[in-house]
Ligand binder design. Structure first.
Ligand code: F6P
Length: 546
């Protein structure tokens, strides 16, 4: 059904009027006026605490944003997603990654069928397989236990399992080294193969479609490498597949008994909860993998039932929408103050940008008068502080930041953890407060006056820069699951407000098609086509270098 254009809705217009005043607000003053600001603008659920008080907004802003969410039918769409309606309109598919993390007893309906049984049947197989690899019962073709797992996949078939395996390294099996090959660049494969022994390596070919060019090329290379050192019958002990495409797996030569299926109602970037999470189950064990799912499920239940005003994903989505739409923030920086979350920004890039990087509405109308998904980027603290935080503090763009931290470390270097948290909290304070010219003058007191005045503009910080802080007690499988689900639902909320289909990704197709043509030209299998002069010139240089 065609929605009214976002900007024509009553609540959007009220927000626009409200924003004309809010743009003038100084957060320093908002904090000074309201000693309860932190208590009022923070909330918690599923083991995560969210402080959103360091944003340029007040209670009225939140009321208006909640009204907008109601007027845009965000709750209705959420309920439709959980009910298995085909809300991915361009692919005519349901969006049911939440069913992957629901307990066995909870029914999820798709086309009148309960799918929970199918989900748990695959989970049971993951358990049996991962238990046997981890215990050493699963042997390679020469009778040795598996020591290395190489996951071959890209996008959602790589970023999720890789990010989670790194984040949960404290829980990892000591015998199993995890490797991830995603890039079609042969250096990626070369680096992985140079570290493993074919007798003790398990390859997982992970691809929802089993047609993705990079993954297929990498899978064929791995297979050829393996078969140079082992007989054909050995493949069954060393190659398994995760996919929705049984036929393609058979054609590749993998026994369907070694295939872990999932379904078209799981988007690639939402698939770490499915069999795509097999590397996680192998690395940390099925028990911790289940805890990851349970943490996500706790966030699902919160998202499904809590009123908008106390609902973490709703709040995170609405505040981000406010910053994007009314304070002109074109990007969001993700700053996990936890080394083990160092792939989390890259994971969120796909989750958010592939979902909401859209320029037409769900009905196909071109969006002309508002902005959609922001650029997502970032790195772990404190490293980012010594690289790009300069721009965040004093550059001409305002970039909201999400700080993420665990209150307790999983190591014994407690002085390090105090230093880490101090930096995290200090940065959010500095972004909010900034430093006035008078404060700079006080700091420089004693120096010659003309020298002070020369330095004042350089040492002044505008402040008033928004941030959220998300805290958990420890980084555990459960809190990580909740954190990922929090961002999944935040993306959902924003997609619903912007009226875009967050569940397709047609934008990646054009480059893929052109790459196929150019690859044939580079290999001399096709005559040079009519490209522009730049592309022709680049192809010619590459051919000359061969
Ligand atoms: O090209 C984009 C994309 O389709 C992503 O959405 C997906 O996660 C990735 O490619 C990998 O796809 P597959 O799992 O089918 O190989």
């Amino acid at each position: 059904m065609r929605q009214p254009i976002l900007t024509s809705t009553t609540s959007y217009q009220s927000l626009r009027n409200h924003a004309s005043q809010a743009r003038e607000w100084q957060m320093r003053e908002l904090f000074a006026q309201d000693p309860q600001r932190f208590e009022r603008l923070s909330t918690e659920a599923a083991g995560l605490f969210l402080d959103y008080s360091k944003n340029r907004l007040d209670g009225r802003t939140l009321e208006l944003l909640a009204e907008l969410a109601r007027e845009r039918g965000v709750e209705r769409l959420r309920d439709a997603m959980f009910a298995g309606e085909k809300i991915n309109l361009t692919e005519n598919r349901a969006v049911l990654h939440t069913a992957l993390r629901a307990p066995r007893t909870r029914a999820f309906e798709l086309d009148g069928q309960n799918i929970t049984g199918d989900v748990h049947a695959v989970l049971d197989r993951i358990k049996t397989f991962s238990d046997s690899v981890r215990s050493g019962a699963w042997l390679g073709h020469t009778g040795k236990p598996i020591t290395d797992v190489v996951n071959i996949g890209i996008g959602g078939s790589d970023l999720g399992p890789k990010m989670v395996c790194l984040a949960l390294r404290q829980f990892a099996h000591p015998r199993l080294a995890m490797h991830f090959v995603s890039n079609v660049d042969g250096h990626d494969m070369d680096a992985a193969l140079s570290r493993v022994n074919p007798e003790t390596t398990l390859f997982i070919i992970a691809s929802k479609t089993f047609t993705t060019a990079e993954t297929m090329m990498n899978a064929n290379t791995a297979r050829a490498w393996f078969l140079q050192q082992a007989p054909e019958e050995a493949l069954a002990k060393h190659f398994v597949a995760v996919s929705t495409n049984v036929e393609a797996i058979k054609t590749f030569g993998i026994d369907p008994a070694n295939m872990f299926p999932f379904w078209d109602w799981v988007g690639g970037r939402y698939s770490v909860w499915s069999a795509i999470g097999l590397p996680v189950a192998l690395s940390v064990g099925f028990g911790y993998f289940s805890d990851l799912l349970a943490g996500a499920h706790a966030m699902d239940e919160h998202f499904r039932t809590a009123p908008i005003e106390q609902n973490l994903p709703m709040i995170l989505g609405l505040v981000g929408f406010w910053n994007r739409e009314f304070l002109d923030c074109a990007s969001v920086s993700i700053a996990p103050y936890h080394q083990d979350l160092n792939r989390f920004p890259a994971y969120l890039q796909q989750l958010d940008m592939e979902s909401n990087g859209k320029r037409v509405t769900r009905a196909g109308d071109t969006i002309t008068d508002y902005d959609t998904g922001p650029v997502i980027w970032g790195d772990v603290g404190t490293n980012g502080q010594h690289a790009y935080f300069q721009l965040l503090h004093q550059g001409t763009d305002v970039t909201p930041i999400d700080f993420i931290a665990a209150l307790r470390p999983a190591h014994e270097f407690h002085n390090h953890h105090a230093a880490l948290l101090a930096n995290c909290f200090a940065q959010s304070e500095a972004f909010m407060k900034g430093k006035t010219a008078d404060e700079v003058r006080q700091d420089l007191a004693g120096q010659p006056l003309d020298e002070i005045e020369r330095l004042v503009p350089h040492k002044t910080f505008p402040g008033n820069r928004p941030s959220n802080t998300i805290l958990m007690e420890y980084l555990t499988p459960a809190t990580l699951g909740a954190l990922i689900a929090l961002y999944e639902h935040k993306v959902f909320v924003q997609g619903a407000l912007w009226d875009v289909n967050s569940y397709d990704q047609w934008g990646v197709e054009l480059g893929k098609v052109l790459a196929k043509k150019i690859e044939a030209e580079l290999n001399g299998e096709a005559q040079p086509a009519q490209h522009d002069s730049s592309t022709n010139g680049l192809i010619a240089r590459a051919k000359a270098a061969v």
